[in-house]
Structure formats: structure tokens, C-alpha cells
Write a protein that binds this ligand. Structure first.
Ligand code: MUC
Length: 96
């Protein structure tokens, strides 16, 4: 199942800078693993924001929740999820 996911990250001003660097490093490792597994299909930075637009290809809602919940920066994220269905006018074409 495909999901559009918009993630905004808001870091508390009072956070310890070394804790934040550690969380960011762990976040990068986690997101890389999910991308390599094929579950995190696209990851795009939203220009000018600490946030991203992503497309996930996962088995179901529970698996998406599990992935998002596992992200080290999850406590600082506001997440919007839209499940995607095939559009009847979409044409088949090979992936770019
Ligand atoms: O930087 C971000 O957008 C937040 C988060 C999502 C993936 C990742 O590596 O970090």
C-alpha cells in the first residue's frame, strides 16, 4: 500500500546540542535502512523547511505506524498521512 507522508520537525530550543546531533545521526541511519528495504520509496526535503515529503510502500497502516513511531526524531515530528489509491486516469509508464 502506498502512503503520502508529510513530516514537519520542530526541535525544542532547549535541547542539548549533542543529544540532538546523536538523534539526527540515528535518524539518518534508520531512514537509510527503510529506504534500502524498499519501504521508504521517496524522501524529499521541503525547500526552506526542516521537514520532508515522503512516499512509503508498506504492507498496511500498522506497518507505516511502526516505522514512523520508530524514528528517533518522532517525538519532535508533526506527521500527516494520506493513503494513496490508484487514479483511474493515471497512465502506466516505466519508472524514471
Ligand atoms: O530531515 C528530516 O526530514 C527528518 C527525518 C526524516 C528522514 C530523515 O533522515 O530525517
Amino acid at each position: 500500500m502506498l502512503y503520502f507522508v508529510e513530516i514537519d520537525v520542530k526541535i525544542p530550543a532547549e535541547i542539548d546540542p549533542s543529544r540532538l546531533e546523536d538523534m539526527k545521526a540515528r535518524e539518518k541511519i534508520a531512514s537509510s535502512e527503510y529506504q534500502r528495504s524498499g519501504e521508504w520509496l521517496h524522501l524529499w526535503r521541503i525547500a526552506g523547511k526542516f521537514g520532508n515529503i515522503s512516499i512509503f510502500d508498506v504492507s498496511d497502516h500498522d506497518r507505516l505506524h511502526e516505522i514512523l513511531w520508530s524514528l528517533p526524531l518522532f517525538p519532535f515530528m508533526t506527521i500527516r498521512v494520506l493513503p494513496l489509491a490508484r487514479h483511474p486516469a493515471a497512465i502506466d509508464r516505466p519508472p524514471a
